[in-house]
Design a protein around this ligand. Structure first.
Ligand SMILES: Cc1cc2nc3c(=O)[nH]c(=O)nc-3n(C[C@H](O)[C@H](O)[C@H](O)COP(=O)(O)OP(=O)(O)OC[C@H]3O[C@@H](n4cnc5c(N)ncnc54)[C@H](O)[C@@H]3O)c2cc1C
Length: 450
């Protein structure tokens, strides 16, 4: 299919249900453009024997595969579609190297000290892995800039960010209105807080870079291979697909917000939330020195309806939560974003900023602000639910779990292994965030209250 066709996939008459589910065609994701989709991995067509079978090749499964393979463990990855098809090929590209709830870590082994040490060393993992393995994914440590219009929001946010310096994670810089103007090109935000180790990544290329590196080091990677059943086989497990099977001592499910029926518990353990993202075409020349000339990734505080990345193609990537029942409605969501761009950078009103492509994906939210590592039965694990900060946490958690498996010390991980529990009210975030909070915030933004 040609790009024009895919880039307007939302116009097709049958687009609605797939956009609602966060399953817009992957080729509509701006992260696959202009290069197109990556390596096509052939299905599993035989019976193979490995140490670890991984189900799902997003950021989590790909990182786990890469780190296990580096440690000399034999790995097979089965992916229903192709690597990066899930949230990892669809996200907003923000690299946000923070811990959302550092207090939570006090309940971890060693009161969280080991995890904090690991986070200190590896919170820049997208930049580090791409450099180490030599793959290109537009991973730029260009800074993560938080903008505020009110002094109260700034004071509160700065105080909440202090732990990042106290723990030795990264420098946090408070910016004045003049400095914000320099960094954003806009007069709108009188206050700012910059996290120096944040930035951006093309998550689709990042996922594919990791899985290609894993394969090069010896991992067996299969696309178009949905895991259909999981059967105990003595002390081992058999994961079957339509064409073959992988026998393994351990199986790790990395299926996140796109689980199938194979482990029903994983479908019940999170709050799904559909989100959209879009890219503009490359900015017109006259906008280049105007919109985010410093290149940082930008978020608004306290409510962010317009998370913004400017990528290496000088496109803007913007995202949010779609209108109720309107996930396929690219034009109206682009209009929202354009209205914000015009308000924030008034000179752009005379410029031609055009939509390139629009897509949706699914976020897996939990009550705990930390990804979940679950043990279902002896040897069967789930690593998932990275909420909306998987570009750092998914590869990091994959790395940490790989270390525990490679040492054969699952009893000695720096984070707890949980029992999976169904969430009580599965539609909670869809109703609360999509139906109530976001529409209210959109109104507030239109009235220039935020
Ligand atoms: C629109 C959007 C914007 C976001 N923005 C950001 C952001 O800016 N920054 C950030 O850090 N995070 C962001 N996130 C979150 C981030 O994308 C996720 O946390 C992360 O991609 C999760 O990775 P994963 O590998 O766990 O899951 P996924 O990438 O979803 O991978 C799961 C894979 O499992 C496969 N699968 C499922 N069942 C089976 C089966 N039975 N057999 C084989 N394969 C199976 C699926 O096909 C899928 O490819 C965003 C998410 C969305 C949707």
């Amino acid at each position: 299919m040609g790009m024009t066709h895919q880039a307007s996939a939302w116009r097709q008459s049958d687009a609605r249900p797939s956009y609602e589910r966060g399953e817009a065609p992957l080729a509509a994701s701006g992260w696959t453009m202009p290069e197109g989709e990556g390596t096509h991995y052939a299905p599993l067509r035989e019976a193979i024997e490995v140490d670890v079978a991984i189900v799902g090749a997003g950021l989590t499964g790909s990182s786990l595969a890469l780190h296990l393979t580096e440690a000399g463990i034999r790995v097979a990855v089965v992916e229903s579609r192709q690597p990066g098809w899930g949230a990892s090929g669809r996200n907003a590209g923000h690299v946000l190297p923070i811990l959302k709830d550092i207090k939570l870590l006090e309940g971890f082994p060693d009161a969280g000290r080991r995890f904090i040490d690991i986070f200190r060393e590896h919170h820049t993992i997208p930049f580090d892995l791409s450099r180490k393995h030599g793959f290109e994914c537009d991973a730029e440590r260009a800074g993560y800039l938080n903008g505020m219009v009110s002094r109260a929001a700034f004071d509160k946010f700065l105080a909440a960010s202090r732990y990042l310096e106290e723990q030795g994670f990264q420098k946090v810089t408070a910016l004045s209105g003049t400095e914000m103007k320099g960094a954003t090109g806009s007069d709108y935000y009188g206050y700012g807080v910059l996290y120096e180790n944040g930035g951006r990544v093309n998550p689709y290329l990042f996922t594919n870079g990791m899985i290609a590196s894993a394969k090069r080091l010896g991992a067996a990677v299969y696309g178009d291979s949905e895991a259909r059943s999981l059967i105990r086989d003595g002390v081992r497990w058999r994961v079957t697909t339509d064409g073959g099977e992988a026998r393994a001592a351990r199986v790790v499910f990395c299926t996140n917000a796109y689980p199938t029926d194979i482990v029903p518990q994983f479908a019940q353990g999170f709050y799904p939330l559909t989100a959209y993202a879009l890219t503009t075409k490359a900015l017109p020349h006259e906008a280049l020195n105007l919109i985010m000339p410093g290149g940082a990734t930008f978020a608004q505080v306290p409510v962010d309806l317009n998370p913004l990345v400017r990528d290496r193609h000088n496109r803007l990537i913007l995202s949010s939560i779609p209108r109720r029942g309107g996930a396929h409605d690219a034009e109206s969501h682009f209009r929202d974003q354009l209205r914000w761009i015009h308000r924030t950078w008034p000179a752009t009103r005379d410029m031609n900023i055009e939509l390139e492509t629009y897509w949706t994906g699914r976020v897996a939210m939990r009550d705990r602000e930390f990804p979940g590592l679950f043990e279902l039965e002896s040897g069967v694990y789930g690593l998932m639910y990275c909420n909306a900060w998987g570009n750092v946490m998914a590869p990091l958690m994959g790395m940490v779990l790989a270390d525990g498996i490679a040492r054969d010390r699952m009893d000695d991980l720096p984070m707890p292994i949980e029992q999976i529990q169904p969430v009580r009210f599965r539609n909670k975030h869809e109703l609360l965030i999509r139906h109530l909070l976001i529409p209210a915030a959109r109104t507030a933004q239109r009235l220039n209250i935020i």
